[in-house]
Design a protein around this ligand. Sequence first.
Ligand code: SAM
Ligand code: SF4
Length: 338
Amino acid sequence: MTDLQQHPAQKAIDRFGRTINYLRVSLTDKCNLRCVYCMPEDMIFRPQAELMQDHELMALVRVFASLGFNKYRLTGGEPTVRQNIVDIVGGIASTPGVTSLSMTTNGILLDELAAPLAKAGLQRVNVSIDTLDPARFKRITRWGSLDKVWAGLEAAEQAGLTPIKINAVVVKGFNEADVTELAKLTIARDWQVRFIEMMPFGDVAGFAKEQIVTDAQIRERIAQDYLPLEPVGVANGRMDGEARMYRFPDAKGEVGFISSVTMPFCASCNRARLTADGVLRLCLLRDKEVDLLTPLRHGATEHDLKRIILDGIWHKPWGHGLSDDIVPLTRVMSQIGG
Ligand code: SAM
Ligand code: SF4
């Protein structure tokens, strides 16, 4: 049923009729920060030899692109700590079929890298900032400096990696008081500030479940501290990818809510993930995976890899099981690629 003959157009379609054309590629599981909701401070990383080498990564990207995957986001771990990051971006950007290439980064290294990355073909960045308070930023990231990230944001704007999107995970007891100042960044800047509900993974799952802050709670707080946000377009806010969009009256930018836990967007999911160890992860929040690196290392042809990918995508789970207390256990976010 799911052999190549059943996919004459060789497009990646799942058994629910969703076309999957968006690949999030994790370039490394390593990171130069240790955010409390993402990884423990003494995180152990995989040996380099177990991760995709540059030529393996490029071989897999070419196969995905030939299956209609046109949209790519580089992530991690922290993608900017990957060796040869500029060459990798250049290689993916020039792969036939790739039309969109962006990156999710903590921004720490962007002041040096924004210009060369843009030149190599990167189009946009999402930068993760959970608070504008330097002391709280340090508490959440354990090792981070907000000044470095601001310098990175300026470099990204200058390099044209726009529109800039800011990702903020809201964690009870850490930064729920910061949401208003973060949202107000959009008044004078055409940025998109997106609040992300914390999701439970592996060892940090208990922590996440207790400290989740919902989008309704965030909007209430912003309305109390400043002004109510207004939905853009429709009653619940127009969707921009996975985010529901709101804005302050007369603001230049917009505020988005990514509520994967309380308002899942599984019906319109068009994405899959390639982990740094070369595994196709079919849903962020389900442990179902298909190994691609081992077959590649054992001599699988492009035709073989296409078949493995199409079969995997066909069996992509419908959605997550968080409401039934089914939590992903095999990997934390940094090992999947958020
Ligand atoms: N290091 C980069 C960064 O921080 O932007 C890219 C990888 S990081 C895993 C991608 C995104 O996942 C970040 O915006 C981060 O805040 C978010 N994230 C990490 N752990 C999360 C969790 N448990 N729930 C929700 N989002 C999480
Ligand atoms: Fe690193 Fe990003 Fe995880 Fe923070 S969220 S520890 S920056 S991978």
